[in-house]
Write a protein that binds this ligand. Sequence first.
Ligand code: PGA
Length: 275
Amino acid sequence: MDDDGSIFKTIEKGGICMRQPVVGISYKTYVNTVDKATELVKALAEVATNEQAVEKFVFPSLGVVYPVAQALKGSDIAFGAQNISPYENGAYTGEVSIESIIDMGGTHVEIGHAERQHIFHETLDMIHLKTKLTLEKGLTPVLCVGEEERLDNKEERKDVLKEQILTSFGDVDKVLIPKVILAYEPVWAIGKAEAAEAVYVHETHEIIREIVQEAYTTEPAEAVRIIYGGSVSKDNVHEIISHDDVDGVFIGRFGHDPANYKQILETVKQVKRKG
Ligand code: PGA
């Protein structure tokens, strides 16, 4: 639950309730030393002042979450883990427990990124356990979904995404769905020079909201945030987020430069400022 007891991350603007826009960054395993990671997030925090309208989080490389947590103290940028163990506590050698993330003040957990699924063989069942645990603990799951190959046939695309979304949610209580941030990350657009074309992204975000609506009714579908990730940059962000069903972006490589980050943040803020 949020501080106000609501699970709906909406903000009031001129009497209209809107979904709060989101800008997240994952540093994957690119920035792994204490000095570099803390220097970087401090630079982000400096350029992200007075941007409360946008929910911001970073996922540092897992080995430097603690120093990053310290470096972000007092800033307006949240942090969390790129992955967690599906089990809270116990004999699970080598896993990172959500208990540690909570203890450090983390609020978000990235779940099911394509690299975890393809390189580390993470299954949808595991993704479900992680999603459920994260919600039970009151953190925000940033649940990644996306087709492996470009699918121009909308029905085919919907089928693939539906299977991923519904299996990942599984028996999660529908009242918790709005707490999730769905990160649409087409696998074929990750780590590329260009993002997926905006029109394709917009169409897919509509499809994802429709999937949630069909499975869980209109209210959760209207409340859940859906963000796009996959080669997002300062140059393509404007077009990508210029659609009502795109609530923000999830940045990878192009978030390493604080100046780019600032520009992306500004663009999201401007485009999503309504009313
Ligand atoms: P990229 O990474 O922006 O470097 O493509 C995005 C992601 O994997 O979330």
